[in-house]
Ligand binder design. Sequence first.
Ligand code: RFL
Ligand code: PHB
Length: 392
Amino acid sequence: MAIQRTQVAIVGAGPAGLLLGHLLRTEGIEVVVVERRSADYVLSRIRAGVLETITTDLMERLGLASRLKAEGLPHDGFNLADGERLIRIDMAELTGKRVTVYGQTELTRDLMDAAPERDLEIVHEAIDVTLHDVNADTPSLTYRKDGAEHRIEAEFIAGCDGSHGPSRQAIPSGIGRGFERVYPFGWLGILAEVPPCSEELIYANHERGFALASMRSPTRSRYYIQVPLDERLEDWPDDRLWDELAIRLGPEAAASLVRGPSIEKSIAPLRSFVFEPMRHGRLFLAGDAAHIVPPTGAKGLNLAASDVAYLSDALIAWFKRADGAGLEAYSAKALARVWKAERFSWYLTNLMHRFPDTDAFARRMQVAELDYIAGSTAMKTAIAENYVGLSL
Ligand code: RFL
Ligand code: PHB
């Protein structure tokens, strides 16, 4: 078996693992990232689109923000639609901050492309990654690649392997606790090479269910509709999906809705989940490995970024100054921010979707809440402050 030694072994080359790897490399810390999938597969996953300044600042700090700055779309506001009414949340005016629309795929590509020049080693197609002795001084992981067995001995392991990866499973049951809310619907998403129907995002609460108008660029649109969990993709040919979007997004958006063939179409279930604590011995969890949010608040990728901002600072303090205080504080500090993002994502999900049990009273509550938001700068500010991202 080939044995390799490193300071930090990172499981997962999604945004959390790649950002953490780069942040540690800038301080000369030795890192190896192991990823189950091929680079092409990772880049083909269409996911997040909205970046908080926390995320764009990290890319800037890494000196990897040139394409993001050239191609990312700064957004000063977004809209909540309810029937005929459009409530604009002016993030720039209310908070002095904005968000950037830039696909997770593009961010991941920028981080991957810069890996060789920064000596960030990424092992793709690593099979059967298994963590060992995470609660001892000598944690390690093993994997197979091209039929050969490999072992990496590290001082720390960062579990950045998403919600189904092996890292969280390596924490013995009884040590931690998961908190979960499963929603009785999913989002059917479509990506198409057509100009967006609106310059800003529209989150619509319609009697037929939620819809979202988003985008990737001035020529590429991303839309979602709420669907029952047992919905089949085959039942949603493009034409039916465009018709449904035109109804749910409201007449104004429908008038400027440009249709086109789908480049990608998929259904994702919605879930809230938090695992506490985010550390066990020398294993630290970050990103989706520790928590999931429903996509309604656009928080998932940004939480992965804030986790690794905390974790990289803590690991750097350890390796550079033998200061372990940051590592001790990591879980509590990250969770404090995670829970606030969980709250906001849950709140916006409840406000904007039709649940199977949304009865007349529950619907009146949604209308009253939206009415209140429409007329209250305080409410709009609270929503804007959460959407642009709470401070680190
Ligand atoms: P990822 O991206 O899932 O990466 C984890 C990586 O670990 C690998 N892995 C393994 N590697 C080795 N061995 C194993 N056994 C492994 N098992 C798994 C995986 O292959 C993968 O490469 O987690 P990470 O890095 O924590 O990043 C989290 C984000 O990807 C996620 O939170 C966001 O995509 C969520 N999300 C959104 N977040 C936002 O901030 N803004 C948005 O607008 C937004 N929109 C979305 C979203 C997620 C969506 N879906 C599909 C769930 C929209 C959607 C539809
Ligand atoms: C997206 O563009 O994919 C997107 C935007 C906002 C969300 C979720 C997803 O809240």
